[in-house]
Design a protein around this ligand. Structure first.
Ligand code: ATP
Length: 146
């Protein structure tokens, strides 16, 4: 179905902020309408926002814009980041970087494996860009409607 990203992201972020008492900045281009399954997109966003929250302490940013016939959504944090070696494995089931370091935030290492599966059925593309001790930017690329 058609989803207007502005309203959709605002609503998802508001629920998230309320649940976790964390501020999330949202920047969304106007009239950005994507073709996607709302339930799955919500789940996908939640996985990345949840990671951004767990592995950082400062502000989380969500932004969305169009480029050609695609919409890009970025979820950015300024947290612990992921090393190059780990970056190629974080989408694996049960893989967690340095268990001692991340133990307090819990988790089973399943979020990103689920995200990868969701993206596949949704025709979305995922990218993770990260730098240790600097932060992480997750990208969801989706087809625009029409
Ligand atoms: P859960 O199963 O609850 O999602 P998880 O967060 O451990 O737990 P994934 O979401 O699959 O599982 O993430 C895998 C690993 O990748 C994490 O354990 C963490 O080490 C690393 N990671 C993921 N996102 C980030 C991020 N934004 N910043 C730093 N490390 C991250």
């Amino acid at each position: 179905t058609d989803i207007e990203l502005g309203a959709f992201l605002q609503e998802s972020v508001r629920a998230f902020e309320k649940a976790y008492k964390r501020r999330v900045e949202v920047f969304v281009e106007e009239d950005l309408i994507v073709l996607a399954d709302a339930q799955k997109l919500k789940q996908l966003l939640y996985i990345f926002m949840d990671n951004a929250r767990k592995y950082s302490e400062e502000e989380v940013q969500v932004e969305a814009y169009r480029e050609k016939d695609q919409a890009y959504i970025h979820i950015t944090d300024y947290g612990i980041g992921i090393s190059k070696d780990d970056l190629v494995r974080v989408f694996d089931r049960f893989y967690r970087v340095d268990k001692a370091r991340t133990r307090k935030s819990g988790g089973f290492g399943l979020g990103l494996a689920l995200a990868r599966d969701l993206a596949q059925v949704m025709d979305a593309e995922l990218h993770l860009h990260s730098e240790e001790k600097a932060g992480t930017k997750a990208t969801i690329k989706l087809p625009l409607s029409q």
